[in-house]
Design a protein around this ligand. Structure first.
Ligand SMILES: NC(=O)C1=CN([C@@H]2O[C@H](COP(=O)(O)OP(=O)(O)OC[C@H]3O[C@@H](n4cnc5c(N)ncnc54)[C@H](OP(=O)(O)O)[C@@H]3O)[C@@H](O)[C@H]2O)C=CC1
Ligand SMILES: CC(=O)C(=O)O
Ligand SMILES: [Mg+2]
Length: 413
């Protein structure tokens, strides 16, 4: 067994299987405790909630609880391996919610026959939670699922692979282009992948200033162009009127490569065709579109990021989802809208430009980190992410009218 395989399997199996458990927040030792926790005392909050559903926030764990829900159809870049196989990733997301934002989270893996079955299942359990984080659901079904659930649920529903990835990609990209002396509005962009992450990343980059006609998107069949007759409505939005057909055709003189597709799909020869000072985000997990050591051997003027923790510049939705849900739940936002997403982009990118705390250096095994080629975006364990991103998101929710309560006094200060 390889070193990482052996260590990972041991980590997941010992001392107890899995990565999460449930803890009690109230005493449950005596007859009196049980008379409050269960029968007869529990009837009182039941009556309160039946009279006003908002009382669930007062008397249950709902307001601090996020469901991580998947059907296992796009588990990282490993593909459609089914709901049960996605459980380690979903437990992992729950671990990250708790570790980074103090949010309780439970993973739910759903078997279903039709897309409508999945939507109904989630809709029917949504009120139990403060928010729903959809995860690793493949395109194009993920778009229909998220849209239907946003319409039908009163708690925020957020497909992390779309919007969490897009927020972190936009934050990292704006910083990387700034370091390379380029502007997003001028950048020629190649996006390998045309699924959940790709469509959302490109849409958010456009909202941040990129030009749609400067983007070439590719799927398994090559460049997405107007003469193809096999495009779904989401890919159609990125169809270029062009004669270019292959990755090699479009990557020539490109400023930016975003990979949200699969492993080892960008060859060093392709990378050499890019413009001076390119930005390469090879974000497929666990294996990127090009390994940093291969990319850096091919040219030395690039900024390189991956989705992994073991290389510099981790562009991964972990930098977003714990904090955006924290902010959303703390003002009881009914949705996570564009204003909240852009607030998260700006808050994340600003932190990378400030001196790095000692504890982050120590947790990263680095003696120094400074805004530049190898440090375009904060590390996930940076303690400034929680207060800064959550506050920015909560303020944006209040300002944009989706918060159901006011900003808590001195929130995250
Ligand atoms: N770093 C991060 O934070 C994140 C990274 N990702 C990574 O992005 C990747 C995609 O995830 P997601 O969008 O959720 O999955 P989807 O299944 O929704 O989309 C996958 C897309 O990749 C395309 N693709 C797959 N293989 C190839 C190939 N050989 N050549 C060109 N295109 C290819 C598919 O093409 P087609 O449409 O033709 O099938 C599809 O458009 C995964 O590797 C995942 O790990 C995702 C989310 C977050
Ligand atoms: C990071 C993540 O969510 C993914 O690769 O799917
Ligand atoms: Mg994912």
């Amino acid at each position: 067994m390889s070193d990482i395989r052996e260590k990972a399997l041991q980590y997941h199996s010992e001392p107890v299987p899995g990565k999460i458990s449930i803890e009690l927040t109230k005493p449950a030792e005596t007859v009196n405790d049980l008379a409050l926790a269960y029968s007869p005392g529990v009837a009182e909050p039941v009556r309160e909630i039946a009279a006003d559903p908002n009382n669930a926030y007062k008397y249950t764990a709902k307001g601090n609880m996020v469901a991580v829900i998947s059907n296992g159809t796009a588990i990282l870049g490993l593909g459609n391996l089914g709901p049960l196989a996605s459980k380690p990733v979903m437990e992992g997301k729950a671990l990250l919610f708790k570790r980074f934002a103090g949010l309780d989270s439970i993973d739910i893996e759903v078997k279903h026959r039709t897309t409508e079955d999945f939507i109904n299942t989630v809709e029917n359990i949504a009120d139990t939670f403060g928010g729903i984080n959809l995860e690793d659901i493949k395109a194009p079904e993920c778009f229909e699922i998220e849209k239907a659930l946003i319409e039908r649920c009163s708690v925020p529903v957020f497909h992390d692979d779309q919007h969490g990835t897009a927020i972190v990609t936009a934050a990292g990209m704006l910083n990387a282009l700034e370091i390379q002396g380029k502007k997003l509005k001028d950048a020629l962009i190649v996006c390998l992948g045309a699924g959940a992450a790709a469509i959302a990343c490109m849409e958010l980059l456009i909202k941040c200033g990129a030009q749609r006609e400067h983007i070439y998107m590719l799927d398994r069949k090559g460049v997405i162009h107007t003469r193809r007759d096999d495009l779904n409505e989401y890919k159609m939005l990125f169809a270029n009127n062009t004669d270019k057909r292959t990755l090699q055709d479009v990557i020539e003189e490109a400023d930016v490569f975003v990979g949200v597709s699969g492993p080892d799909l960008l060859a060093p020869e392709d990378l050499k065709l890019m413009a001076d000072k390119p930005v390469v985000f090879a974000c497929s997990n666990p294996d990127p579109e090009i390994k940093p050591e291969v990319a850096n051997a091919a040219r030395n003027d690039l900024i390189m990021a991956t989705g992994r923790s073991d290389y510099p510049n981790q562009v991964n939705n972990v930098l977003c989802f714990p904090f955006i849900f924290r902010g959303a739940l703390d003002v009881r936002a009914t949705a996570i809208n564009d204003e909240m997403k852009i607030a998260a982009v700006n808050a994340i990118r600003a932190i990378a430009k400030e001196p790095v705390p000692e504890e982050v250096l120590s947790a990263s095994g680095e003696s120094s980190l400074e805004f530049g080629k190898d440090y375009i975006i904060p590390k996930p364990m940076d303690p400034r992410l929680l207060p800064r991103v959550a506050r920015a998101v909560a303020e944006a929710a209040v300002a944009s009218g989706v918060a159901q309560i006011e900003m808590p006094e001195n929130y995250m200060l």
